[in-house]
Design a protein around this ligand. Sequence first.
Ligand code: ZN
Length: 162
Amino acid sequence: MPSVDPAAISQRLHQAGLRSTRAVLGVAELFAAASAAWTPTHAEVAGSLAQAGEPLNPVTLYRLLDRLVAAGLLARHTAPGERAWRFQWRGTDDDAAPVAVPHFECDACHTQFPLQNADAPTQAVADALRRTLAEHGHQAARVDLAVHGTCAGCRWPASPAA
Ligand SMILES: [Zn+2]
């Protein structure tokens, strides 16, 4: 069950040197209350806020989402074949088991591609890393697994028209 503690959300924002306003808390709580599988685009978040009777100006919403990403409360990535960012709640509970978020990042265009089919093995890697750290007295909060390289679009750019 995702955390919906507004105090913990405020604390995270504060630790990141960011202001927590009623609006940013409202957006965070929208994510926290939703399923962890909810990875909406900016437009979908705007739609949910409007549906909840708390519509936000699109520019304001972009800034709030950026603030939550900067505070580590939201993850941001692009889905394959999409140009829009998708956002995912990461939560405030540092005691939770680290969640591996495997993705591939193109070093040329910096697009991130989530690797959805790698869940079980990557979670096993995350667990092994956490155990190793625990043996040294460290507490891992989160494990991010990233593969770097060159994406298909950058390797084979569309040929110029003949
Ligand atoms: Zn690329």
